[in-house]
Design a protein around this ligand. Sequence first.
Ligand SMILES: Cc1cc2nc3c(=O)[nH]c(=O)nc-3n(C[C@H](O)[C@H](O)[C@H](O)COP(=O)(O)O)c2cc1C
Length: 201
Amino acid sequence: MNLLRNATLDTIHARHSIRQFSPEPLSEDMLTTILDAANQAPSAHNRQSWKFVVLEGDARTELAERVSTISKTFEKPASSLLRMAARSIASAPVTIAVVNTGDLISHGTELFQVDKDQAFDFFRTMEIQSSAAAVENLLLAATSLGLGAVWLGILYLVKDRVLDFLQEPGGEFMAVVPVGKPLRPTQGPNKKPLENVVKKI
Ligand SMILES: Cc1cc2nc3c(=O)[nH]c(=O)nc-3n(C[C@H](O)[C@H](O)[C@H](O)COP(=O)(O)O)c2cc1C
């Protein structure tokens, strides 16, 4: 069987995590296009309860420095992963943080007519899945523009400090994504063969 190809599928295949960036700035058009793509994602009950915080210039280097400093308080491998994350943020011209506002958690009870406490996990899962869809759109849009990006989930370990820095103390940490031109061409890891992950019943 042949895999079909088109521009969207080519972008999906081309996307892989980029962790080192050239300092070349992103144009405003590129940045806005990426943010718009993220904002087009599906979301539970169409709440669109994400917020994108854009860090450029000093804000970006300040976050990288803070993460690098905090990394020293962790054991390996967390300390190394945090340090790597700091280096990626420092090298990228732009970092986009994705924060969830918790809107669905706040209003889920009225929307779904279910008990708030019982359904907390449901609402929270829906929020995380919606923001994850936005992050994937962001990654794909960056790839389609010849840029690279990486989803830095490790910053969850220091999420309260990151949220404070983003001036979003009430938000829920979803992702921090440095974006820029890849420093050098790289290849992503191979994915598992389809037959290992697909079951037909
Ligand atoms: C939820 C999530 C969290 C991630 N966190 C990190 C991270 O903290 N640091 C990092 O270097 N890569 C991180 N990644 C990227 C993964 O390591 C990467 O997607 C995986 O190795 C597959 O490689 P690929 O993206 O090149 O296909 C994360 C990816 C996801 C989806």
